[in-house]
Design a protein around this ligand. Structure first.
Ligand code: LLP
Length: 428
């Protein structure tokens, strides 16, 4: 397995009783930047990208298009662009991030059910590999936009294979009753319609059934159905050159959490199922590339007695890390300077909602007010989903690379007065 990295460090490791990110002690970052703060390991980002590239070795020119939504921080995208990754984007904002980071335009896939005409026009002007179209209505809109510009838009149709992904309902996307894709049984008709449109060049198929998948079975079922669609379309005279298999591979969130398949097992399954497809494959991994590379550092504000367990009140909240509140997601929480004895806590933030709970009766190591804790595996869908609820600023972000580190997002005050002007009739 090619996991070598230019850095001698391996992600998050304890040295002399202090948790480090690569060569940097986490307390140094917390002291300089303040908490809460997201920290990313460049070595871990590179290792994940290289591991996937190595696993896919043997395929003919596979495209790894990182799902920018998982972590759009420009520094993270730069590291991944240097590894040769492309981008799966869902907005023109993500398009700009990907291009600015140096990702090749012909490595960009544009997904999503709600691309506006303005976004289509901008992406067509800038250039991209393929629009992943999710409905015939969208195909008509894109054709009209392209025709008006005197261009032809490269298109793949997203098929909804009606597969139960076996993950949290809110991040399942492959069942018939979700907003995503074109139902498999309508694929033939949809392709015929789209191919007849003057502004489109329809050469791809795509699929994405959900996120944080911990079994390969639903993926294999979906890919097998996609293979049948490809065969039928070719039989119908459709010239297909790209099959985009989406993202979805889960990561290990810690003790007692479902074990995801390895990227090697995933790649072996893909190679077996697609053996005779004779088509270029694309992948849209998000979480499996950046998830493990990130931690959220928070400081314990105080500990309040509770009926079942003490309330461990930290200075990060549901606005900084939404996953526990939104999906009941588990994130491992570890003290940065462990004291060694176990304790049980309800870990909560300062936001005024009962949902602002990271963990209930979590057995972890004892901490005291002022101690630092790290929420693990938050490099994907962590900072990306943060918001300013309770007039809290967006947490800063830091990139560590060996012994070096830099702040790569300032703390952002969304409630800043200049951004929220008063109408003159309300001014005092
Ligand atoms: N491609 C498409 C079309 C997607 O919609 C997504 C994720 C991906 C690729 C990347 O999937 P991944 O490899 O990261 O599983 N906020 C949720 C996850 C939402 C995923 C949305 N789509 C969470 O925190 O779990």
């Amino acid at each position: 397995m090619a996991m070598e990295s230019p850095s001698p460090y391996r992600g998050y490791v304890e040295h002399d009783g202090v948790l480090h990110c690569e060569g940097v002690p986490l307390p140094a970052i917390a002291e300089a930047v303040g908490t809460p703060v997201y920290v990313y390991s460049a070595a871990m980002l590179r290792a994940a990208a290289r591991r996937m590239k190595a696993a896919l070795d043997g395929l003919d020119d596979p495209l790894i298009a990182y799902a920018v939504k998982a972590n759009p921080n420009p520094a993270v995208l730069h590291v991944l662009a240097q590894e040769g990754l492309g981008a799966d984007i869902v907005s023109i904002g993500e398009y700009a991030h990907a291009v600015d980071a140096g990702m090749a335009k012909d490595h960009i896939l544009f997904s999503g059910v709600g691309k506006t005409r303005e976004e289509m026009e901008k992406a067509l002007t800038g250039g991209l590999l393929q629009f992943n179209i999710e409905s015939i209505e969208e195909a008509h809109d894109l054709s009209a936009v392209a025709t008006a510009m005197g261009k032809t838009a490269p298109v793949g149709l997203r098929i909804n294979p009606d597969v139960v992904a076996g993950t949290h309902e809110k991040i399942s996307t492959g069942q018939a009753d979700t907003k995503f894709g074109i139902p498999g049984e309508q694929a033939m008709e949809a392709f015929r319609t789209a191919r007849a449109l003057p502004g489109l060049d329809v050469t791809g198929v795509t699929i994405h059934i959900g996120s944080q998948l911990t079994s390969l079975d639903p993926l294999e079922t979906a890919f097998t159905r996609l293979g049948e669609v490809i065969r039928a379309l070719r039989h119908d005279g459709c010239d297909l050159s790209l099959a985009d298999l989406g993202g979805g591979l889960g990561v290990d969130y810690g003790p007692d959490q479902p074990d995801p398949p390895s990227v090697e097992a995933y790649a072996a399954m893909v190679k077996r199922v697609t053996r005779d497809w004779d088509i270029r494959l694309a992948f849209e991994p998000g979480r499996s590339i950046s998830g493990e590379a990130g931690v959220l550092l928070a400081r314990v504000i105080r500990i309040k007695p509770g009926a079942k367990a003490p309330w461990l009140i930290v200075d990060a909240a549901m606005n900084d890390l939404m996953r526990p509140a939104l999906y009941d997601a588990y994130h491992h929480i570890v003290p940065v300077e462990p004291r060694g004895e176990p304790a049980s806590y309800n870990v909560v933030g300062p936001v005024c909602e009962t949902g602002d709970t990271f963990a209930r009766r979590r057995i972890m190591q004892r901490v005291e007010p002022g101690d630092l804790v790290a929420f693990r595996t938050v490099g994907a869908y962590g900072a990306a989903m943060s918001n300013g609820y309770n007039s809290r600023p967006l947490a800063p972000e830091v990139l560590v690379d060996g012994d070096r580190w830099a702040q790569v997002r300032q703390r952002v005050d969304l409630a800043e007065k200049s951004a929220m002007p008063l109408p003159d009739w309300l001014e005092n």
